[in-house]
Design a protein around this ligand. Sequence first.
Ligand code: UTP
Length: 290
Amino acid sequence: MEVRKAVIPAAGLGIRFLPVTKSLPKEMLPLVDKPIIQYIVEEVVASGLENILIVTGRGKRAIEDYFDQSPDLERHLTQKGKHDLLKIVRELGELVDMHYIRQKEPRGLGHAVFCARKFVGEEPFAVLLGDDLIYHKSPCLKQMLTLFTQVQATILAVQEVPPQDVNKYGILDAQLIQPGVYQVNDLVEKPDPAAAPSRLAIMGRYIITPQIFELLAHTPPGAGGEIQLTDALRELKQTQPIYGLAFEGQRYDVGDKLGYLKATIDFALTHHPDLKEEFTAYLSQITAKL
Ligand code: UTP
């Protein structure tokens, strides 16, 4: 089987980023001049997938508008002869075949993924969370797709986190079977650090087999009263193998203020050569004053 479709759940409330997320989806927060969700979409495209479903919710219209065409803006840029900007704006609407569905209530990540069942059908599919940004010259999803061709099974992207952070993530109980690849025995959502089976945390990228939908249909609310994808994956593990991939790349939790600030600075320095010199000088100047 081949993975052809990607689902980006983006219907969460973004409580950690209030008040801005009251009316602006956190996925639309910019890293310099591009919204976070564009980097996620670019990762999908660079990994070779062409069908994307974004799960949106109330107050998330800005995401659809962003990837839509904007005739007025394009006319204005043409008239002003701003051809470089025109190219950037046009390419956005042509990036990929984009679909949308609304999750009527934010009932949890598991429920958001369940909303994608008709779009996905009977195929393995990718899930990329809108608040985890992973940067590497070989995109994280591409690394996972390479492993998928070998194992043809559910794969979770993982990275080790410090012991004090295990209670923020889904954590694996797993054994290393080849460099960077783990066979999963069990998973637990946000464990107490003392009881955590490892420090291998799931990092917002999944390839999942379609049998997950039958399980999500009856997964009861778990941690935080939300329908947890981890709980359904745990059940899936009873009937199918699941693998963890320790991917290569720098990961940013851009749904968190500190993670977002780190990503903003790193992206300004690495993706914007025009800003680098003056911005570095400015950073040295302000850090010298601290
Ligand atoms: P988070 O729990 O990190 O996102 O969910 P959140 O709820 O938006 O953020 P905080 O914690 O309140 O600040 C992980 C991902 O799952 C999506 C979110 O949009 C995010 O990308 N999600 C979560 C949904 O799509 N629907 C939900 O009901 C919950």
